[in-house]
Design a protein around this ligand. Structure first.
Ligand code: PLP
Ligand code: TYF
Length: 400
């Protein structure tokens, strides 16, 4: 049957993990996949999650199917976390929300829904560069993807003028995908002022804002602050679509907890929209997984656990910020040619180092250091035990 099936390319991010796994050198450093690691380089199950596990175990809940749109207590609390409890569409009960298979699944519901129901241009504009999965998620549903400028190589910063020009030039009513915070892979976000300009521009052009929020709390350690862009757009009357993930900020990667939501113009519209969202989900996977959603709902819904979690997100964000400054200081001390200020100013899980593919390859071959070919490093892979070794290896690679 499958004689004509060709070997597919490996995933550029997940392939790095395989190469790291195959390297048995004790000095090996994994800066590939965007998953938090503690000060000893180990995955961290948050205490708030462990406590929620205990609570759930004592409740002896059953394992019945969830409804198509997931656990209602979870989607309510998750939406409040993203939009803010006082947000007008929350108060007016006009957000259509469904539990999703984490952020990826939320994006796939979005493109599925849009491909059936969006009467504007079937094209999603995504930043260049962006998370590699965005393009196939869009194109798998038959929609087109297009790029807007985002990264300025010269300044290693945001190409805000280019971004605005491209969004302005897009056909009115286009779908514009925006990383809500901690842009992957660049670690460069618009400022508050720039978000305000973007909000005005998108409205003028009647574009639809599709927010991907995979890192709420991870950028600054403050979950409300990191939701600024989303909340500002909603306050300005944008009927946004939001894809929310709890993989990173709650360390629930493999639990696949997230939400897909759409701000509607009325409760009546919300109900109609939700009936169609269900028709997108049902043939995909019928109903979402239970456990991750129960954990999130328990944490967000229990004041002591919520408070504990907020300190834990901040701890993760702060450790990353500390590593940025240690790496920067070491690169300067080692007299590494170039300007490295961006390592400190970039935001979130990643730093877009500017290392060339040749330097990335040399680091893997000679130093057992692994990262994606675009020179992105997952900052969480660094800790006090390996940052010196990494800085020395990186410095050597830059010196050539
Ligand atoms: N969007 C962005 C920008 C991401 O970086 C990620 C994960 O790395 C996701 C979405 C989705 O992740 P998940 O499906 O694990 O929630
Ligand atoms: O490192 C990144 O950018 C992501 C991480 O199911 C990731 O690609 C890995 C697995 C997964 C979702 C996201």
């Amino acid at each position: 049957f499958w004689a004509t099936v060709q070997q597919g390319p490996e995933d550029p991010i997940l392939g790095v993990q395989d190469k790291f796994n195959a390297d048995k050198d004790p000095k090996r450093v994994n800066l590939g996949v965007g998953a938090y690691r503690d000060e000893n380089g180990k995955p961290w199950v948050l205490d708030s999650v462990l406590k929620a596990e205990d609570i759930l175990q004592k409740k002896k809940l059953n394992k019945e199917y969830l409804p198509i749109t997931g656990a209602a207590d979870f989607t309510k609390l998750a939406s409040e976390l993203a939009y803010g409890k006082e947000s007008k569409p929350i108060v007016e009960d006009r957000i259509a929300v469904a539990q999703s298979i984490s952020g990826t699944g939320a994006l796939r519901i979005a493109t599925g829904f849009l491909s059936f129901h969006y009467t504007g241009p079937q094209v999603v504009y995504i930043p260049n560069p962006t998370w590699g999965n965005h393009i196939p998620i869009v194109e798998q549903t038959g929609m087109k993807s297009a790029r807007y400028r985002y990264f300025d190589k010269k300044t290693v910063g945001l190409d805000f003028e280019g971004m605005k020009e491209d969004i302005e030039a897009a056909e009115p009513g286009s779908i514009i995908l925006l990383h809500a915070c901690a842009q992957n892979p660049t670690g460069i976000d618009p400022t508050k002022e720039q978000w305000k300009e973007l909000s005005i521009l998108l409205k003028q052009k009647q574009h639809l804002a599709l927010f991907d929020m995979a890192y709420q709390g991870f950028a600054s350690g403050d979950v409300s602050g990191d939701a600024f862009a989303v909340r500002h757009f909603v306050e300005q009357g944008h009927q946004i679509i939001l894809c929310q993930s709890f993989a990173k900020n709650l360390g629930l990667y493999g639990e696949r907890a997230g939400t897909f939501s759409m701000v509607c113009s009325s409760k009546e519209e919300k109900n109609r929209v939700l009936s169609q969202v269900k028709r997108v989900i049902r043939p995909l996977y019928s109903s979402p997984p239970l456990h991750g959603a129960q954990l999130v709902a328990t944490i967000l819904g229990t004041p002591e656990l919520l408070e504990l979690w907020l300190t834990e997100v901040k701890k993760m964000a702060d450790r990353i910020i500390d590593m940025r400054s240690k790496l920067y200081d070491l690169l300067v001390k080692l007299e590494t040619p170039g300007e490295w200020g961006h390592i400190k100013s970039q935001i979130g899980m990643f730093s877009f180092t500017g290392l060339t593919p040749e330097q990335v390859t040399a680091l893997a071959e000679h130093a057992h250091v692994y990262m994606t070919m675009d020179g992105r490093i997952s900052m969480a892979g660094l800790n006090d035990h390996n940052v010196q070794y990494f800085a020395e290896s990186m410095s050597k690679a830059v010196k050539g």
